[in-house]
Write a protein that binds this ligand. Structure first.
Ligand code: E4P
Length: 216
């Protein structure tokens, strides 16, 4: 399973890349706004840091606007994937943009039925939002499982990108369900690394080594 970072923060992206763990990046208008930087230089920097796919989202809501913005965003760098919301116009935009060879990540997906339509429209990625479903007492992971099953059954090539991930269990369960990608906030990547028994075990090894007086 690929790991993407769900951030527009270049320090987090540089650190993730230095760890060798970042296969791509997803952004959204909220994440971009948080950085308080002019849009174009920010996204150009992100696309130069990350060698894998970088999702940049349109803000238009009508099909013509989404197609226009999508074409502009696709010019930023060759690794850009245009993000369009899963609306009626968003589905039309996926069809139009993918027909012109522009890859689309369809975002704000909350059901398997939406994901089926997105695959038929030609999306490269579908982004079901796990955490936001869990927040309203629906089981986000069930949606991921259903989408993976449907795509496998019919041989759709659309990749399932588990999004709105809040904790390490979301990542493990998405991997077990067969999601192609999980996009994580930087904090969740850090949580994946940590285990108290690793820290305790390392301390004990080093204490024993120091007491023995041995040298490497
Ligand atoms: C996905 O691409 C979105 O940027 C993201 O995962 C949304 O997550 P949130 O629900 O934590 O805002």
């Amino acid at each position: 399973m690929k790991i993407f970072l769900d951030t527009a923060n270049v320090s987090e992206l540089r650190e993730g890349v230095a760890m060798g763990l970042v296969d791509g990046c997803t952004t959204n208008p909220s994440l971009i706004a948080k950085e308080k930087r002019p849009f174009r230089p920010l996204v150009e920097e992100i696309c130069s840091i990350v060698s894998g796919d970088v999702s940049l989202e349109v803000v238009a809501t009508d099909v013509e606007g989404m197609v226009k913005e999508g074409k502009e965003l696709a010019q930023v760098a060759p690794n850009v994937v245009v993000k369009c919301p899963l609306t009626r116009d968003g589905l039309k935009a996926v069809r139009r943009l993918s027909g012109e060879g522009i890859r689309v990540n369809q975002t704000l997906c909350f059901s398997a039925s939406q994901a089926l339509l997105s695959a038929k429209a030609g999306a490269t990625y579908i982004s079901p939002f796990l955490g936001r479903l869990d927040d309203i007492s629906a089981v986000g992971m069930d949606v991921i499982r259903d989408i993976c099953q449907i795509y496998r059954t019919y041989g759709f090539t659309t990749q399932v990108l588990a999004a709105s991930i809040r904790n390490p269990l979301h990542v493990v369960d998405a991997a077990k369900a067969g999601a192609h990608v999980a996009t994580l906030p930087f904090g969740v990547l850090e949580m994946l690394i940590k285990h108290p028994l690793t820290d305790i075990g390392l301390k004990k090894f080093l204490d024993d080594w120091a007491k023995s007086g041995a040298q490497l």
